[in-house]
Design a binder for this molecule. Structure first.
Ligand code: PLP
Length: 411
């Protein structure tokens, strides 16, 4: 069988021209849509007609511009359909809620983004009675052992945030499917690098806020899945997206649609630079975590799963042991060298530096941080592609040298 090629898949996807023959699609700025015949309206309400037949009802249901972005994202992941949402969290929350009933159980990776952790650890159990087992997704026997007859899905990030463990998606899909559960994969860290739906994932989730946007200018998300699942999310009485309403603004959709054609170029350059830094750090004996390094525990898994030519992602993590050392290091780089920015998020063209334990993983209690391998001094680096990479490395190395034993005593 021919291997899935996401670039080719996107190139072959439907191209929407602008209303006046513009090379880019027009932005549909309407929240409500007319029908020629009144009887068409109830047919759209009941799902008998929809965007596939050119029928639109109301912007929280489907908007033509957002719908086109959805088709492009489906092509990116090779799924039947996709729906673009107002944020990554809304995509994750709606997809999760769609699959569970009161009293159900799910198995969730113990190494995930702090907001997703809080959703599964704190919010959903209290609000819905969902029970959740947090498991190390690289321990496949533990994943299987955690599944019960009530388990509806297994949830994992392709590259865990911030520890960059690589999920063996085919194995996890096989385990989930053998027990009648689905596999949900958050592919935010590595669009194009890995295509989870081609490897057995049932639902692929994205925070488009990150690499897909690439400019840290919009908050956005996506659910990529079967047509049946996407339509279920839009059901007027049972649809998690239709009823919770995290709708993407059509102007945001138009913007993101213009970023997709160069996502591949950006991922390659992010990956090239991240690998360059990771190799230099490894050669210096620094505790660097990067899936593209042969020393990474799941490097061979990534080699088996990755689409050729896109590298191993634009994020690496460096364990500076203590928060004081991490803070000093980031301040040196930002304030002295103008190397990057102390800011959460990733996928920006500038380098973003954050200390995960005290920022995007601070929702995890300390014991859970320790279990996930997040030390108080773990610095997550989303490497940008501005400036000269050799000069950037010299700045980075000088900041490490300048650290000395700063703050070594404090945790
Ligand atoms: N998934 C991952 C892996 C993330 O890192 C984030 C945010 O940092 C999210 C989801 C949430 O995305 P958003 O901020 O777009 O809601």
């Amino acid at each position: 069988m021919q291997r899935f090629d996401p670039i080719e898949s996107m190139a072959r996807a439907h191209h929407e021209f602008g209303e006046h023959g513009g090379v880019n699609m027009s932005v549909e700025a309407s929240t409500t849509f007319t029908v020629l015949k009144a009887e068409t309206m109830p047919e759209i309400f009941h799902g008998q007609r929809g965007p596939e037949q050119g029928c639109y009802l109301y912007g929280r249901h489907f908007n033509p511009t957002v719908y086109v972005l959805g088709r492009q994202l489906a092509a990116l992941e090779g799924t039947e359909a996709a729906y673009a949402t107002a944020s990554g969290m809304s995509a994750i929350a709606a997809a999760a809620l769609q699959l569970v009933r009161h009293g159900d159980h799910v198995v969730v990776s113990d190494a995930i983004y702090g907001g997703t952790f809080a959703l599964f650890h704190d919010y959903l159990p209290v609000r819905t009675g969902l029970s959740v087992s947090f498991v190390d997704m690289t321990d496949h026997a533990a994943v299987e052992a955690a599944i019960t007859p009530k388990t509806r899905f297994v949830y994992v990030e392709t590259f865990s945030n911030p520890t960059l463990k690589v999920a063996d998606i085919p194995t996890l899909a096989d385990i989930a499917h053998r027990h009648g559960a689905k596999l949900l994969v958050d592919n935010t860290f590595c669009p194009l690098v890995v295509s989870p739906a081609q490897l057995g994932a049932d639902v692929v989730l994205h925070s488009l806020t990150k690499f897909v946007s690439g400019a840290s200018d919009v908050i956005a998300g996506a659910v990529c899945a079967s047509r049946e699942f996407i339509m279920s999310l839009m059901d007027v009485t049972q649809g998690g997206l239709m009823l919770l309403g995290p709708t993407m603004d059509p102007f945001v959709a138009a913007k993101l649609s213009l970023r997709l054609p160069h996502l591949g170029l950006r991922m390659v350059e992010h990956g090239r630079r991240a690998k360059f830094f990771a190799e230099k750090l490894h050669a210096r004996g620094e505790p660097v975590i990067y899936p593209g390094l042969a020393s990474h525990p799941q490097h061979h898994v990534l080699e088996r799963l990755a689409n050729p030519g896109f590298g191993a992602g634009g994020v690496f993590a460096l364990d500076l042991r203590t928060k004081a050392r991490a803070d000093r290091f980031m301040e040196l780089l930002q304030n002295q060298d103008r190397f990057g920015l102390i800011a959460v998020s990733l996928g920006y063209f500038e380098t973003l530096l954050s200390c995960s334990a005290s920022s995007t993983s601070s929702e995890l209690p300390v014991a859970d941080q320790e279990r996930a391998g997040i030390s108080p001094g773990l610095v997550r680096v989303s490497i940008g592609y501005t400036g000269n990479v050799e000069q950037r490395w010299e700045q980075f190395a000088a900041a490490l040298d300048g650290l000395g034993d700063a703050g070594d005593a404090s945790p």
